[in-house]
Design a protein around this ligand. Sequence first.
Ligand SMILES: *[C@@H]1O[C@H](CO)[C@@H](O)[C@H](O)[C@H]1NC(C)=O
Ligand SMILES: *[C@@H]1O[C@H](CO)[C@@H](O)[C@H](O)[C@H]1NC(C)=O
Ligand SMILES: *[C@@H]1O[C@H](CO)[C@@H](O)[C@H](O)[C@H]1NC(C)=O
Ligand SMILES: *[C@@H]1O[C@H](CO)[C@@H](O)[C@H](O)[C@H]1NC(C)=O
Ligand SMILES: *[C@@H]1O[C@H](CO)[C@@H](O)[C@H](O)[C@H]1NC(C)=O
Ligand SMILES: *[C@@H]1O[C@H](CO)[C@@H](O)[C@H](O)[C@H]1NC(C)=O
Ligand SMILES: *[C@@H]1O[C@H](CO)[C@@H](O)[C@H](O)[C@H]1NC(C)=O
Ligand SMILES: *[C@@H]1O[C@H](CO)[C@@H](O)[C@H](O)[C@H]1NC(C)=O
Length: 400
Amino acid sequence: MTLVFSWILFILVQSVTYNAAQLCDTKDRFNNTWFGSDCQYKCHCKNNVACNVTNGDCPNACDIGWFGPACQYADLANTAKLILSDGASKDITNITDGDDTTCTDLTVSSFWLRITWNFNIYFTWLRLVVSIAESQSERFSIKFPDNVPTQNSECINVFIDKITMDIYCNISKPLNEIFLNGSAVSTICSLYISKGRNVALKQPTNQTSNFYDSYYLSSAAVDGNGYSIFSDGSCTHTAEGDPAPTWILYFKSVVTVTSYTIYNRVQPLLSYNREADLFRLKGFILRTFDQTNNIVQNYTDTETSVLEVYNILSTDPWAQVSKVQMTATDTTNLLILTLCEVEIFGDSVCQIDKFKYGHDCENVCNCAVPGEKCFVSTGNCPSGCKAGFYGQGCNKSMNF
Ligand SMILES: *[C@@H]1O[C@H](CO)[C@@H](O)[C@H](O)[C@H]1NC(C)=O
Ligand SMILES: *[C@@H]1O[C@H](CO)[C@@H](O)[C@H](O)[C@H]1NC(C)=O
Ligand SMILES: *[C@@H]1O[C@H](CO)[C@@H](O)[C@H](O)[C@H]1NC(C)=O
Ligand SMILES: *[C@@H]1O[C@H](CO)[C@@H](O)[C@H](O)[C@H]1NC(C)=O
Ligand SMILES: *[C@@H]1O[C@H](CO)[C@@H](O)[C@H](O)[C@H]1NC(C)=O
Ligand SMILES: *[C@@H]1O[C@H](CO)[C@@H](O)[C@H](O)[C@H]1NC(C)=O
Ligand SMILES: *[C@@H]1O[C@H](CO)[C@@H](O)[C@H](O)[C@H]1NC(C)=O
Ligand SMILES: *[C@@H]1O[C@H](CO)[C@@H](O)[C@H](O)[C@H]1NC(C)=O
């Protein structure tokens, strides 16, 4: 009897522990919070508040630098320089403060806004929030630099609600400036430009050798923590003597990739081995592959110095990527591959489930034109929502 009771208790305790872990409602050791069926998505709420463990929604707003469904899209507007056509004196900081309730009130009806970066980006989609309800998309237009072929890349405007509009453009060329034109520019509250979401997080990984059996494993590069104090165990480390130390990420389903951000091992200043550890990434090779194992990108680091963070642009933002591989080549000291984090910005493809969308292609498109493929990021449709539906993902019913 006692034994049976103990067993029941044991099973109860086990299942409670299991559920608690699955609910991912506690902070991890780096104070990050997570959501999703496997706690595989990182919350990005304002003030580091935990998000809804089921769908990632934030109780208040997204953290600065993030926007869109479940605050999963990194914002490039936040890293840009914004210049108004008519003068430097106007304060337009309300546009990129991440707060949709603070707006510009420029009183002049026709402006354009020049958005520039000191690095190249791929444009995929943006979100605009304005203060005066809009119904005509002519009040906005987006223009790209002259050398970017726009004639073949039509942009599609989608209203999410009266004050929120998304613009999608299919452009395959990197660029570093965009113009927003039209009378509605004078009432902008927020502008977000998608960098994509981090599709690398918690994906299956491996490496050709491990330094330790239980620490510095390949998964440390996709644990959502770029913080690179090595002793905290959030970086990977291959074994000494590995002739071609290589780290591999296998996407659970194919993705498109716009850019990679690689966090090097950074020891505290004055550490005796700081330089040597940084140098291990010198000359690294990044290779990506499609589903049939054909090479998509073959990038070799040619930086003259070593960097703490590497930003690499993809060569084809629409190519379908199923595997990413990093190899260390520097033999100045020990040939070892150490990665503190690999962030891969891109999005789902939903290739098998063509009429689905979302991080796991878990939602069904609900477009006006039957059988139309919706945008994988938001679930909104080129043709608009099916009659009776509206909102992000076209999943709000007008009958509610
Ligand atoms: C996590 O948060 C706690 C309490 O705010 C703080 O003491 C600790 O240093 C934080 N840990 C990290 C890794 O940031
Ligand atoms: C989280 O989202 C789910 C699904 O939309 C909803 O049913 C649930 O009530 C939300 N939880 C909280 C705590 O708001
Ligand atoms: C920013 O928004 C706030 C709140 O709406 C408003 O009071 C303020 O005047 C705005 N600032 C500028 C410079 O437009
Ligand atoms: C964009 O165009 C490319 C071809 O240039 C195509 O492969 C891709 O599917 C298009 N993307 C979208 C979202 O339409
Ligand atoms: C913006 O639109 C106005 C009016 O159509 C036009 O005069 C101006 O040249 C445009 N600016 C840009 C940068 O395209
Ligand atoms: C990981 O890589 C090691 C070394 O190449 C290999 O022996 C092992 O089978 C791989 N594990 C998985 C799960 O692929
Ligand atoms: C990738 O580039 C490296 C260095 O340029 C070269 O040695 C290698 O052969 C290339 N690999 C493939 C598969 O193209
Ligand atoms: C609509 O879809 C979004 C994902 O885009 C989801 O978070 C939300 O819970 C859905 N709402 C309804 C009413 O189904």
